[in-house]
Ligand binder design. Structure first.
Ligand code: F6R
Length: 242
């Protein structure tokens, strides 16, 4: 477990973009596991800059996103599909048919979960998994529970997740209560994991996840067992650690 920290969030976002670019340069056909939310927004912005400056070529890369809300059509502005197009895919030369996001408006969710899991395995697994962390310790949308869910599955979102993410919807009522997420097993199989945490609101959970007990009540804590995990966190998020 490695920590990269700085006072300045911007510096870390740049560093994260460089880490992703280095991964794709080292292995052009990398499978990138991608996250959404507020944490990676500026990382993607920096990555687009690196692409425009000619430092990175995504033409052979693939991507698999962690999760998607249920019941939203990919074209819905709140869907993670729209988020990824808006923040990354439409600005770089990744081939759109090589970008993958769970299709949560499909009629049979169980079949979609199985299809997505098989797809990740068929791609050969994830080379680099980028993660944010929920204030309750979720990674992807694997919410605290009694066990670590292994594969892609449908989840009921926690009240705390609904409260945090309702800001992106017209109202808390408009926010979907369910999502499809890749499982903890799938995340743990990624060859490299990079987790971002910014701001003091992530300080307590960062401490619990990486210095507390490994428990499915804090899903991110399982990463203590991952052989190649880098935590990129600003000083505000690290305040209970350093
Ligand atoms: C998003 C995801 C979530 C977020 C987490 C943190 O695809 O899987 O686990 O990474 O909720 O969200 P932010 O970055 O908005 O604090």
């Amino acid at each position: 477990m490695r920590f990269i920290t700085a006072v300045d969030r911007e510096r870390l976002e740049k560093k994260l973009a460089m880490m992703i670019a280095a991964q794709v340069t080292r292995k052009p056909d990398s499978v990138l596991g991608l996250a959404t939310g507020s944490s990676p927004m500026n990382v993607y912005k920096r990555l687009v800059e690196l692409y425009r400056q000619g430092y990175v070529d995504f033409s052979e890369a693939s991507s698999v996103n962690l999760d998607e809300y249920t019941g939203l059509h990919p074209s819905d502005p709140q869907s993670y599909s729209s988020y990824m197009n808006q923040h990354l895919f439409q600005h770089i030369n990744i081939q759109l048919e090589r970008t993958h996001i769970p299709s949560s408006d499909s009629a049979c969710m169980e079949a979609e979960c199985a299809r997505y899991e098989a797809l990740i395995q068929r791609l050969g697994g994830i080379d680099m998994q980028l993660l944010g962390i929920g204030r309750n310790g979720h990674i992807g949308f694997n919410e605290p529970s009694a066990t670590f869910p292994v594969a892609t599955h449908v989840v009921h979102l926690d009240e705390s997740t609904i409260r945090s993410n309702a800001q992106y919807f017209e109202s808390a009522e408009a926010m979907p209560r369910q999502a499809i997420t890749v499982g903890i097993g799938t995340i743990m199989q990624a060859r490299k994991v990079v987790l971002m945490a910014f701001g003091e609101q992530k300080a307590d959970i960062l401490q619990q996840a990486f210095f507390g007990q490994v428990t499915p009540e804090v899903p991110a804590s399982i990463l203590q067992f991952h052989p190649d995990v880098t935590i990129v966190a600003d000083q505000a998020a690290m305040q209970t650690i350093v």
